[in-house]
Design a protein around this ligand. Sequence first.
Ligand code: SF4
Length: 219
Amino acid sequence: MRIAGLRPVSCSDGLPGEVCAVLWTQGCPLRCPWCHNPETRDPNGGKKADVETILRDVEKYAVYLDALIVSGGEPLLQPCEELKALARGARGLGLKVVLDTSGFPPDRLGKVISSFDRVALDLKAPLRDDEYMEATGGGMTASDFLKAARIARRRCDLELRITVHPWLDDVPRVVEAVRKASPDVVVVQRYVGDKEVGIDPEELAEKLRESCENVVVRV
Ligand code: SF4
């Protein structure tokens, strides 16, 4: 697979209290205008790494870890068999395995989902196809998101991640989108960039708590 990097120990990328290794895969088919990791989008960037080497690096710190997060870029661009082998190997080290994904393309999510314990799925816009396509640079529709959420929910825990970016400005419709996705946990993340945002993350979290018990704000 192609990777952008590995952080062997992180206390800030998982759910509160989790210690995780984070693998950033290389390549993403989307072009979100607020992308926080643009250097991971080029499918020819980063470097090649085999699954055994990645697992050997994770194993060095496994005793401290709860989970391996496979992030990106978009991990679903990587060969399905390699993703499954990576997840199998991490489980063999006693770790939970988390797929941090846009959910695109959802059919590929269906092919690897049984290897993962949790899917951290991005909600990028309210659920109208044209708005979702604008928020993802034209690659993904709201229907794709809902399909991915359904696939994830059927097979493992669903964490919904919402970055409060400047193009996300309608709290009632975001709340409605979360209700439709029906996640186990919601993580509201702050946008890092130079544009003004129209929603306060704490306010959004308060609204979301009316319909979802487990809502976390990540600073
Ligand atoms: S899904 Fe969007 S935010 Fe994530 S890496 Fe791709 S372009 Fe960037």
